[in-house]
Design a protein around this ligand. Structure first.
Ligand code: PLP
Length: 450
């Protein structure tokens, strides 16, 4: 028995000493924290031994599932050999360098360089500075402004929370910082009105063009968006959206940044989300599925276009983290990518379990409180509706989502709710019967809203 897990008063210790992220601590201490002690496959187990199907893969990240001994062994080997060395001042370590080669290979040669970070938020801060350095090195020092989207999520550092379009995050800490603007999101169900999804997709993409006109092309460095907006509610854009965005970025000479922190490493049935939508970003922050969350690591993947300038023109890039490319985290990530490759998990999502998951979840569209189900690969957003016919939403959308989420949890299923959208993002190894179990439990949770 793990002595850390068997300690009896963990709940009381937690309430006394641990401030949790994204939490109302008063409420949490009253309710009590759930202590998760173990994981196996798609299941997690709490300290009392209760089992939950994790429909969310931790936080969209445990792509290979829990309990893979190969990762623990790779980590142990690297720990014993070299637990740490830095990648500053002319040094690297073997796993760091090999990881840069392996990740970039999966971009089909488009994003050939990797700058390592410890998280997705740090990856955001990194590309944000890199984009500005790029334009300055090219002789365009005024190209500094970055356009992002309302309801997007790019992390919770100051730059991350500023680029994100979450009002509740902006309200804390006087955000966004200067030089950041937001345009709308391609959320057809809620905001599409009478337009067809395709017409709405084009309309929302053209908000980018209007914003560039307003700011002046000579002042805009980049546009950033998640291929599918994750924390904002798994907002799958209409098919017309990304081609139009890519066209505008090219025509107006601004960098296109695809935040691949959720969509990367197989979630959409392609190695990266931009491959699913068929566009080519100049920069792409990644994290989460890079190590399946076994150890913290992220990166910015950099195209030849940007890397050439960073290498040949920019001189010192005065940016980096003590743990950039940490050898043990890199060894974990390498082993994780080996598992994804050898088990064919990306193809499995595209051709087998993804279509099964889509059909199973779509079957919920016959439920009276489900307005629409969006899925791509193994990510889903289930839109709740008070009236399906008119797309009328519940008067208190957050309560509706929380209600369903809580019923799922009581019945052994972890789902997330963003407002009135139920989100799923299970491990890529989920079986058909586990998908069935998930959908059955979710259906029972939905019954409580009738
Ligand atoms: N970008 C996206 C799209 C994310 O979903 C997240 C986290 O959920 C981040 C960035 C930030 O990553 P991290 O929490 O590792 O800092």
């Amino acid at each position: 028995m793990n002595p850390l897990t068997s300690q009896s008063n963990l709940g009381a210790i937690d309430a006394a000493h641990h401030l949790h992220p994204f939490s109302d601590m008063k409420q949490l201490n009253e309710k009590g924290t759930r202590i998760i002690a173990r994981g196996e496959g798609v299941y997690i187990f709490d300290a009392q031994g209760r089992r939950y199907l994790d429909g969310f893969a931790g936080l969209w990240c445990v792509n290979i599932g829990y309990g893979r001994k190969e990762i623990a062994e790779a980590v142990q080997r690297q720990m014993n050999e070299l637990p740490y060395y830095n990648t500053f001042f002319g040094t690297t370590t073997p796993p760091t360098t090999l990881l840069a080669q392996k990740i970039t290979a999966h971009t089909g040669g488009r994003l050939n360089h990797a700058f390592f970070t410890n998280s997705g938020s740090e990856a955001t801060d990194t590309w944000f500075r890199m984009a500005r350095v790029y334009w300055k090195a090219l002789g365009h020092p005024t190209k500094t402004h970055v356009i992002a989207r309302r309801n997007g999520y790019h992390g919770s550092t100051v730059a991350g929370a500023s680029l994100g379009g979450m009002k509740h995050m902006h309200e804390q800490g006087n955000l966004p910082i200067e030089g950041i603007s937001h345009i709308g999101q391609p959320y057809w169900y809620a905001e599409g009105g009478d337009l067809t999804p395709d017409a709405f997709g084009r309309k929302m993409a053209r908000e980018l063009e209007a914003k560039i006109d307003e700011l002046g092309e000579e002042n805009v460095a980049a546009f950033v968006a998640e291929p599918i907006q994750g924390a904002g509610g798994v907002i799958v854009p209409p098919a017309t959206y990304w081609p139009e965005i890519a066209r505008i970025c090219k025509a107006r000479n601004i960098l296109l940044v695809a935040d691949e922190v959720i969509c990367g490493f197989g979630r959409l049935g392609t190695w990266f989300g931009h491959q699913h939508f068929g566009f080519e970003p100049d920069l792409a922050p990644v994290a989460k599925g890079l190590s399946s969350g076994y150890l913290p690591i992220g990166a910015v993947l950099v195209s030849d276009r940007v890397a050439k300038v960073m290498i040949e023109e920019a001189g010192d890039f005065n940016h980096g983290y003590t743990y950039s490319g940490h050898p043990v985290c890199a060894a974990a990530a390498l082993e994780n990518l080996r598992i994804i490759e050898e088990e064919g998990l990306v193809d499995r999502v595209r051709t087998d379990i993804g279509p099964y998951f889509a059909a199973a979840l779509k079957s919920l569209e016959d439920h009276p409180v489900v307005g629409q189900v969006d899925t791509v690969g193994l990510i889903a957003g289930v839109q709740l509706a008070a009236d399906k016919g008119t797309r009328r939403r519940f008067a208190k959308p957050d309560d509706a989502g929380m209600n369903v989420r809580n019923h799922c949890l009581e019945n052994g299923l972890v789902m997330r709710a963003t407002g009135d959208r139920m989100l799923a993002s299970p491990a890529l190894i989920i079986s058909r019967s586990e998908v069935d179990q998930m959908v059955e439990t979710l259906r029972k949770g939905l019954d409580h809203l009738r």
